[in-house]
Design a protein around this ligand. Structure first.
Ligand code: NAP
Ligand code: F7E
Length: 349
């Protein structure tokens, strides 16, 4: 008999890739989505899985809806991916981020505890937990030092997961995932902001790209590789916490340079540093040591950042080329305009 999986946040980058991964493994996949004025299913359509899923409306701030999602789906495994996941926005909406990204974890774990504590649980923890605590590669034993409201909320979620594991014997795991990207990444995150702008600049649709802190370094992996690790964690004999990373780190400056190289342009002629994109506090350096995941789960990253940059730029080039030929898509790119009137922390773009 096939297993049931419930993915909260199925409309996001990881939710979409994980849904595809689990469908391919023969799971019956349920996913939560929140009510929005415009439906947001483009990633599921992009991966051609939209009509294979069971979708349940639920919101992280609404405990009853989370309980209902667990009841309806009767899951063997819950992958809790839903969150306000953008670090920059967490400085603008710190309380909402605490509600969704922090307390949301308790709401879903309470639902599991009340309905069936045999359900296995994955919590989307993050490298942001480490903050600026180290300038070397970090593993599961390094201390945490969150540097944003997002990271503080995730720290709460990390410990709640461990408390429910130890206190109620729930098979609950933290995946401490370092940054992972793909052509399905949201446009506000740096990698996709860059790949999308590079494609548009190469095709003459835009001339400049405005960025903030170019010196920050991140350990960037490929999202489809990373969702496999989530599943692997829940297939082990015992629940545990794992770092998932590539063990390589590069700066935003380096990423942007390589992305412009893909289309044969000089990044310095197009990139402008703009104070609006700096955060009140930033994490300068992150690099993960995934030795434990390699040893226990047999997991290794297949795509490293050099390849990732090329595939992301090429995918956005393909989208915009097709758009120029008159094709229209369910996904975001055609709707995105750089002249939108955005206000961030009181500063107008
Ligand atoms: P994402 O693309 O931003 O997706 C987040 C998902 O959460 C979306 O489906 C979103 O729905 C949903 N969501 C947000 N607020 C909600 C609410 N109030 N109620 C219900 N659903 C809500 O994020 P991602 O990159 O896939 O990341 C997945 C998870 O891993 C997140 O928890 C993130 O914090 C964590 N994480 C990500 C990374 C990374 O590098 N990607 C690394 C470590 C940890 P909408 O589509 O309606 O917005
Ligand atoms: O920023 C710098 C920015 O927003 C990366 C989330 O998935 O990964 C993600 O969080 C770096 C930061 O990702 C711009 O200041 C410069 O230092 O792409 P990002 P993030 O903050 O690392 C972790 C692991 C998560 O858990 C999160 O959910 O790039 N940066 N200029 C910029 N960043 C953005 N977004 N935009 C800029 O213009």
């Amino acid at each position: 008999m096939s297993k049931n999986a419930l993915i909260t946040g199925i409309t996001g980058q990881d939710g979409a890739y994980l849904a595809k991964f689990l469908l391919d493994k023969g799971y019956e996949v349920f996913g939560t989505y929140r009510r929005t004025s415009t439906p947001n299913f483009w990633r599921l359509q992009y991966l051609n899985i939209f009509d294979k899923l069971n979708l349940i409306p639920a919101d992280l701030v609404d405990a009853g809806s989370m309980l209902e999602a667990v009841k309806i789906s009767e899951p063997d495994e819950v992958y809790h991916l839903a969150a306000q996941s953008f670090v920059g926005a967490s400085f603008e909406q710190p309380i909402g981020t605490g509600e969704m990204t922090g307390l949301g974890v308790t709401r879903i774990l309470e639902a599991i505890r009340q309905i069936d504590n045999e359900i296995k649980f994955y919590q989307a923890s993050t490298s942001e937990l480490y903050g600026n605590s180290s300038n070397k590669a970090v593993n599961e034993d390094n201390p945490f030092k969150p540097a944003s409201p997002y990271a503080a909320a995730k720290l709460y979620g990390y410990w709640t997961t461990r408390i429910y594991r130890e206190g109620y014997d729930i098979f609950a795991c933290n995946g401490i995932l370092f940054n992972h990207e793909s052509p399905l990444r949201g446009l506000e995150f740096i990698t996709r902001k860059i790949s999308n702008a590079v494609a548009k600049i190469a095709l003459g649709l835009e001339t400049e790209l405005r960025l903030g802190n170019l010196e920050a370094k991140r350990d960037w992996g490929y999202a489809p590789d990373y969702v496999e690790s989530m599943w692997l964690m829940l297939q082990q004999k015992e629940p545990d916490d794992y770092v998932i990373a590539t063990n390589e780190s590069r700066s935003v400056r380096d990423f942007v340079e390589k992305a412009f190289d893909v289309v044969g342009l000089n990044w310095q002629e197009h990139v402008k540093v703009d104070s609006r994109f700096f955060r009140p506090l930033d994490v300068n350096f992150l690099q993960g040591d995934y030795s434990k995941a390699k040893k226990r789960l047999g997991w290794v990253p297949k795509v490293k950042s050099d390849e990732l940059i090329i595939l992301m730029v090429n995918d956005d080039l393909d989208r915009w080329n097709r758009w120029l030929k008159g094709e229209r898509f369910p996904w975001d790119a055609p709707n995105y305009t750089s002249d939108a009137k955005i206000i961030t922390r009181g500063l107008k773009i």
